[in-house]
Design a protein around this ligand. Structure first.
Ligand code: OOB
Length: 540
């Protein structure tokens, strides 16, 4: 059985093959090659634990064999939620080996997000962690089982029992009769998460062919080698630390991934010093904290050669400080889980690196910059980014209505970013048309939160808008019209938490207003609301 998804048209698929982008190998190639080339080299460092490539291969094969024995295989999906631990990659490769396509939920996700993903993919397997509040006991797993009748197997990280413990399934090798078979390389390998701008979180089918090309292209651009030691401090499943070039790029090059629980500077500095880390991927707020903390710890950062920044806008004035204060090169990365990733190059002049977000991986990444009618803007003028290419998806999973809105007839995807192209051909991100708040790289879909706020019995209207923030870049403010003038922010917060939304999506501020300002066509005028944020007024 195959997972249904929107494929590339034949002419483009043949072009991507002819030009060597799609090599018709499964993503497990990455691990298989290193297992052959350097089985004893370190692949992952996670706390006090070290895993060689041979161990990564054996542990993922053990787990894969167990899952096969339970009847899992091609066409099946899995819901996975793990923190930044080695098991994340072991599970990822195990599932790829047997053709089970996972959704890697963020560790900050709660009932609402997990339920939304489970309903969309109807997983046969759930892999979660006892460390997560939802899986400390078995209540929520049981609820998911009730909701998804096909959910046959639940395995938990940090759980000692052999029945449901993940560890046990990785360590013990069952008998295996036949070799593993990943799905065909032009089928769905796994689902990426969309930052979203709609009511429900959307999923992005990624094929082996397209993802593998983005990994190889990224590893080359970033000059990765077997000596690379990459610190993964952002959530491991996010597209940036997974594939831009991220952990998969590092595995592809035969280097080593050092896991950090979070990007907090002192935690990361200690890991950099101890393990000789030379590369890290960070979001802008994390870099700001690193810049503040670094002067007192310069010697710990001696091995660091490259800091990548991406996920949200990074001010040029801060970018300029990075080489000086952290003592290494900076690279800007403007990417999206949907596909297209842009990099400044390692040999670009400083000014280009400080003031632009670089250019695409592939000569066949087509980028149009268009006005509201879809017509190309004059060169150098800001416009909406539309793109298609060898690793940019062609449609969200099971979302025909939304796909009709964000793709044009030629299959270009409109990311909702407003960009500008410099005479040298670099992109600059200058704004956004999608209704999203970018909270320091964490994306919040306004509509999703508005719908949840509207479920509060007192609320008649709700609008979530971005407000500027010195550290995060943006925070969220909810404007609310309420029947009850006494409705307070803590009550609203409790309401949202009870609905099970991730905490990073909670409004940072709440403002009660008498009536919503409206546009000429009667829609809520968010621009006026954002303008109001600049004016002083009572908040609660
Ligand atoms: C990355 O992926 P997502 O899917 O979490 O978010 C994509 C969106 C982009 O459409 C853009 O709005 C924003 O995040 N963004 C940036 C940016 N990088 C991403 N905005 C301004 N400057 C940047 N450098 O965020 C992502 C995926 C792969 C690599 C890097 C980031």
């Amino acid at each position: 059985m195959k997972i249904e998804f929107q494929r590339w048209p034949d002419d483009l698929a043949s072009r991507y093959r002819e030009r060597g982008y799609w090599i018709d190998e499964p993503l497990t190639r990455i691990l298989a090659e290193q297992w052959r080339l350097r089985p004893e080299a370190p692949a992952i460092i996670c706390g006090e634990r070290r895993f060689t490539y041979a161990e990564l291969d054996t542990l993922s094969s053990n787990l894969a064999a167990h899952l096969t024995a339970q009847g899992l295989g091609h066409g099946d999906t899995a819901l996975v939620q793990l923190p930044n631990v080695a098991e994340f990659y072991i599970v990822f490769f195990a599932l790829l080996k047997i053709g089970v396509a996972p959704v890697n939920a963020l560790f900050s996700h709660r009932q609402l997000e997990l339920t939304a993903y489970a309903k969309q993919i109807e997983p046969r397997l759930l892999i979660a962690s006892r460390r997560h509040e939802l899986f400390g006991d078995d209540g929520f797993a049981a609820e998911l089982r009730r909701m998804v009748p096909g959910l046959a197997l639940v395995l938990l990280h940090d759980e000692p029992s052999p029945e449901i413990g993940l560890d046990h399934r990785m360590r013990a090798a069952p008998d295996r009769r036949s070799p593993f078979a990943p799905t065909a390389s032009d089928e769905v390998a796994f689902f990426q998460l969309s930052g979203g701008s709609t009511g429900t979180p959307k999923l992005i089918p990624r094929t082996h062919n397209d993802y593998d090309y983005s990994v190889r292209g990224s590893a080359e651009i970033c000059g990765l080698t077997p000596q690379t030691r990459f610190l993964c401090a952002l959530p491991a499943g996010h597209n940036f630390p997974l594939s831009s070039p991220g952990a998969l790029g590092v595995f592809h090059a035969g280097g080593c991934v050092v896991l950090a629980p979070n990007p907090e500077p002192l935690t990361c500095f200690a890991l950099i010093e101890r393990h000789g880390v030379d590369m890290v991927a960070l979001v802008p707020p994390a870099i700001m904290l690193w810049l503040q903390a670094a002067p007192a710890h310069r010697s710990a950062l001696r091995s660091l050669k490259l800091v990548q920044v991406g996920g949200a806008s990074f001010a040029g004035s801060i970018a300029r400080q990075v080489p000086e204060v952290l003592g290494c090169k900076l690279q800007q990365v403007f990417g999206m889980a949907e596909g297209l990733v842009n990099y400044t190059r390692l040999d670009d002049a400083d000014e280009r690196v400080f003031s632009t977000q670089g250019r695409p991986i592939s000569p066949d990444d087509e980028v149009k910059i268009v006005d509201e009618d879809g017509r190309p803007v004059a060169e150098g003028t800001p416009g909406m980014l539309a793109t298609r290419g060898p690793y940019t998806f062609r449609g969200y999973y099971r979302s025909p209505e939304h796909n009709a809105q964000v793709f044009d007839a030629e299959g270009f995807y409109y990311s909702g970013d407003v960009v500008q192209r410099t005479p040298e051909g670099d992109l600059k991100v200058v704004g956004r048309v999608k209704d999203q708040i970018n909270r320091g790289g964490e994306k919040v879909a306004a509509e999703e939160i508005e719908n949840l706020i509207l479920q509060h019995p007192d609320v008649t209207q709700a609008a979530l808008v971005a407000m500027q923030d010195a550290l995060l870049g943006e925070k969220s403010c909810a404007f609310i019209v309420s029947r009850n003038p006494e409705l307070k922010a803590p009550a609203l917060r409790r309401h949202l938490l009870a609905l099970g939304v991730a905490e990073y999506k909670l409004p940072d501020r709440v403002r009660l207003i008498e009536a919503m300002p409206l546009t000429a066509v009667g829609k809520i005028d968010k621009k006026k609301l954002r303008d109001r944020l600049a004016q002083p007024s009572a908040t609660f």
